[in-house]
Structure formats: C-alpha cells, structure tokens
Design a binder for this molecule. Structure first.
Ligand code: NAD
Length: 426
C-alpha cells in the first residue's frame, strides 16, 4: 500500500528512519491481520506542528529556527516523547521517533501515546543565553499542545535537565502556577525523579540479564561491546561492568577502545571525561565505530545513534544478543540477516524503554506531589522491564515470530485494542 507520508520520495533509502519504522509496522500489521480502518488511523501521525522560532542572538541579530512537535498517537494517554536539538533534525526523523514512542510506551504498558519534538539548530555553537531564549520561545509556540494531560516532553539528543527546567518554567509562567508534570527529565529539586538519569542504562542491564539466561550464560562469562558512552552507552556500560559483565569495548563519536579480557569501565569513562577522548587510555587497542560493531562478543549494545547495523555490515555482526540502546540502530533491511544468523534481538522499543518508564514514574510522582526513594524507583523499573521482556518472549514464541516483529505486534495490538474501544476512528 502506498505510504501517504513518503509518496513524494523518489527513492526510499534504507537509512530513512520513518521508512524503517513503517516497514516494521506494515509487517506486524499484516501478521496481525489488522482491520484496514485501524491500519489507516495508526499508520499516520495524529498531529504535526511546525513552528518558526525567532531568537535574539548574542550579536543582537534575530535568527529564525525551525522546530517541530509531532504527536503520533494519543489513544492510550497523553503523548510522550523527547525534544532534540540538532542541525540534522528532519520532519521524517521526528515522525519516526514519535511513532517509536507510541510503540515503546505500549510495549512496556505505560499509559502514554507517542510524540517527539525537534529544533534545527547547532547547540554546540550557541551560548546558554541563546539556548534559553530559543527553548522558551519554542515552548511558547507549542504551549497549547503540551501539558500534563496532553503531551509531556522530555530530553533527547542535546537537551537535558536544564532545558526541561526552562520548558517547565515557561509553561508555568503562562499557567500562572507551577506545573511540574508538563515535562519529565527535570532536575530532582524541581520535581524530577531519582534514578531517571540512569534509567535507560539500567533498563538495558535488566533486559540483558534476562536475555543471557536464555543462553545459559552468567554476567562473568559474558563479553559485552558498547557503542556510545553518553547517557545510555556510558551509564549502561558502567552498570553492566558493576554487575560483573566483561565489557570488552566502548566508544564515543571519534572511535572506541577494545580489550578482549575486559576494560576497567569506570577508569575509561573518567579518562574520557578528563581528556574528552579515549585516546591515551592504557592497555587497549583502538578501533573505529564500525570495527567495534563487528568485534567478537556475546552482547552488542549499539547505544549511540541510528542506522549503525545495515544490510552492508549485518552479515559480519558476531554477537549472540543485540540489545538496542539507541533508537533505530538497526535498519529494517538488516533485520532479516540478523534473524537468519540466529542473533537474539532485544528491540529498541523494549531495550531502551527504561527511560520512558522512569519518566512515567516522574509524571506520577509530580501529580501525587510525593517522591519515591531511588531503591523504590529502581525496583519498580526492574519489575516493569522484566515483565515486559517476558511478555515479549512469550508473544514471540507463541506466534513463531522474531522478537522485533513480536514487539511491534504486541504494541500495535494494544494500541489497536484501545483505539477500537474508544471508537476514536468511528
Ligand atoms: P548522548 O548524546 O548522551 O550520547 C551519545 C553517544 O554516542 C556519545 O558518546 C557520542 O560521542 C556518541 N555518538 C554520537 N554520534 C555518533 C556516531 N555517529 N557514531 C558513533 N558514536 C556516536 O545521547 P544518549 O542520550 O546516550 O542517546 C543515545 C541514543 O539512545 C539515541 O539514539 C537516543 O535517541 C537513544 N535513547 C536515549 C534515551 C535517554 O534516556 N537518554 C532513552 C531512549 C533512547
């Protein structure tokens, strides 16, 4: 069936994230024999907002930035999803990420739909003042569309706790009272949740713990390679190391380090923080990011960015378990190759769902005005991740499908059920 969102595209590229998401959606919808009317509703976003944001730069000149907010689906609750700042933001990317949020929230069964936002800008070239003015104006432009009951943004690439505090403050100024639950990923003192910063990495640890049991492995006998060393990769690598895994490789955008006997991850991350590079770290071999993906290991955690495992390198991936920390690290064209090779995939919409799960906990705590200790947050996160992992495996086994297809089927099934019950499309 033609895709209304990309009909104009002359050629569909493997690395188009929206196409990547849609081809998995289409396959899962077909396997579910999804009602054609529900299919028509669920394959398009609910709402796309494009805003032009005038910002007074430090030079005194006005610069206009282009921003988006896409709400993909709100059948199961308020839309939920991050805001990214990057020169590479495109509407296709934001659309894909918004849809992924719908499926992710459904896979871990939290009562949210999916959304994503983005502003085309180069945050590394902007001062804090410029970033604050841009964030506040962007918030003002999308103000009618966000809110605790409507759409709850969070940090994503190049946005952080500070960005969320500005958004919360701008929203609150217009509401004339403090509304902490309008965003998640806030500083703890401003209604943030304990454990939110580590939640995505911790969620990866919990699902990897479950996955290696299927191979009768223990953390001590498991070699892990991690691509990326930011919030997801860095914290994930450290938590895996603390849990006894042998982390043999880790990288940042410039490349990685490798030691088949394991790396002292806290020391490597300290070195990275101090020197802004892994270069000069002793007792390791230096590898490129593409070499890292092809290393001998039991568990591979791509936790950097999209389109890392494609039809070009999937054949050379050697891990037993692929735990997708990043959003969309594997293209749809690579799925079949990984499946044929017998690699057990923990798809992104489950593997990195620890972040949105604790965001849900943050939203709950903000609305209650009562905050939980970190041990409570971590225990509830573990319960959610392990239950979701087991649901997914049962679903995949009972329908004899791979885990990626199962994750999409499970998510679409849940969203379709709620859409049908609400009668949204009637
Ligand atoms: P981050 O900016 O904190 O870290 C990104 C890391 O990847 C850095 O180490 C960076 O050097 C590296 N990197 C960037 N571009 C790269 C490239 N082209 N090749 C290799 N390495 C590269 O970002 P993050 O929050 O860790 O997010 C990483 C991924 O995880 C993204 O896909 C994001 O959407 C996804 N994700 C993040 C969260 C979260 O809670 N932070 C939750 C779910 C999914």
């Amino acid at each position: 069936m033609p895709n209304p969102m990309v009909d104009d595209a002359k050629e569909i590229r493997e690395d188009n994230p929206f196409e990547s998401m849609m081809s998995r959606f289409d396959r899962a919808a077909q396997m579910l024999d999804l009602d054609p009317d529900l299919y028509a509703v669920m394959r398009v976003p609910n709402r796309e907002l494009k805003v032009y944001i005038p910002v007074k730069m430090d030079s005194g000149r006005i610069e206009i930035f282009e921003g988006y907010r896409v709400q993909h689906n709100v059948a199961r609750g308020p839309a939920k999803g991050g805001i990214r700042y990057s020169p590479d933001v495109t509407i296709d990317e934001v659309r894909a990420l918004a849809a992924w949020m719908t499926w992710k929230c459904a896979v871990v069964n939290v009562p949210f739909g999916g959304a994503k936002g983005g502003v085309i800008c180069d945050p590394l070239q902007m001062s804090m003042g410029e970033l604050e003015r841009m964030t506040r104006r962007y918030t003002a432009e999308i103000l009618d569309f966000i809110g605790p009951e409507k759409d709850v943004p969070a940090p994503d690439m190049n946005t952080n706790e500070q960005t969320m505090a500005w958004i919360m403050d701008t929203y609150s100024m217009h509401a004339r009272h403090t509304v902490t639950a309008v965003v998640t990923g806030k500083p703890i003192d401003l209604g943030g949740s304990s454990g939110r910063r580590e939640a995505t990495g911790r969620g990866i640890l919990f699902v990897v713990n479950e996955a290696i049991k299927r191979f009768k492995m223990t953390p001590q006998s498991t070699k892990v390679a991690v691509q990326g060393s930011g919030n997801v990769g860095g914290i994930g690598a450290r938590l895996l190391y603390d849990a006894g895994y042998k982390v043999v490789a880790v990288s940042d955008v410039h490349g990685g380090i490798y030691n088949p006997n394991g790396i002292d991850i806290p020391a490597a991350l300290d070195h990275l923080e101090a020197t802004r590079s892994f270069e000069g770290f002793p007792g390791v071999e230096f590898v490129t990011n593409s070499q890292l993906l092809e290393l001998e290991c039991d568990v591979l955690v791509p936790a950097a960015t999209e389109n890392q495992i494609t039809s070009h390198n999937a054949e050379r991936i050697k891990c037993k378990v692929l735990a997708e920390g990043a959003n969309g690290p594997t293209t749809a064209a690579a799925d079949e190759i990984l499946h044929r090779k017998g690699i057990f995939v923990i798809p992104d919409i489950l593997a990195n769902a620890g972040g949105v799960t604790v965001s849900y906990f943050e939203w709950v705590q903000d609305r209650m005005g009562y905050f939980w200790g970190e041990d409570v947050v971590n225990q509830r996160l573990q319960d959610k991740m392990v239950a979701s992992f087991n649901d997914l495996c049962r679903y995949a086994d009972s329908r004899s499908v791979d885990t990626r297809t199962a994750a999409y089927m499970l998510a679409i099934d849940r969203v379709a059920y709620d859409t049908r019950m609400r009668g949204i499309y009637a």
